[in-house]
Design a protein around this ligand. Structure first.
Ligand code: SF4
Ligand code: SF4
Length: 144
């Protein structure tokens, strides 16, 4: 009993002088690994518009059926993106949409802070998908 107690105290003492392994999240965040797959992000061109040409390949390949691409044809006869919708509630972060895109207009981002109080918050439209991180607009239950 006394020996076990001493061993326990020694262990505590050893860890007492070690560098802390914990970080004060969310103020400090650990960098994610290079190949980490966060939520999909639509890539924008220099003009700020999405590079997506609305071919619909990502929509067809997505195993979770969470992408919806609506194309439009401009007055110049060029097909372009009218709206892109991605339901993150269903996304499995497989990355197939990225693999399928012929113009590299979508990539897996690094955002992992995806918790939401309502599932509607995780249905993302074009503009939101062009941002690197999700922006929560609503406070959760019990919050100001
Ligand atoms: S990462 Fe996979 S599940 Fe998510 S939108 Fe892309 S293809 Fe669909
Ligand atoms: S595959 Fe690429 S270009 Fe085609 S709809 Fe998806 S994001 Fe847009």
């Amino acid at each position: 009993m006394g020996k076990a107690l001493l061993r326990g105290l020694l262990l505590t003492l050893r860890h007492f002088f070690r560098k802390a392994e914990t970080i004060p999240y969310p103020e400090v965040k650990r960098p994610v690994p290079e190949r980490f797959r966060g939520r999909p992000v639509l890539i924008s061109g220099a003009d700020g518009k999405a590079l997506c040409v609305a071919c619909g390949l990502c929509e067809r390949i997505c195993p979770s059926l969470c992408i919806s691409v609506i194309p439009e044809t401009g007055s110049d006869g060029v097909r372009r993106l009218q709206s892109y919708r991605l339901d993150l509630n269903r996304c499995s972060f497989c990355g197939l949409c990225v693999e399928a895109c012929p113009v590299a207009a979508i990539r897996m981002g690094r955002d992992y802070e995806l918790a939401a109080y309502r599932k509607e918050e995780l249905i993302m439209k074009t503009e939101e998908l062009q941002k690197e991180t999700c922006r929560r607009t609503s406070a959760g239950p019990g919050r100001g």
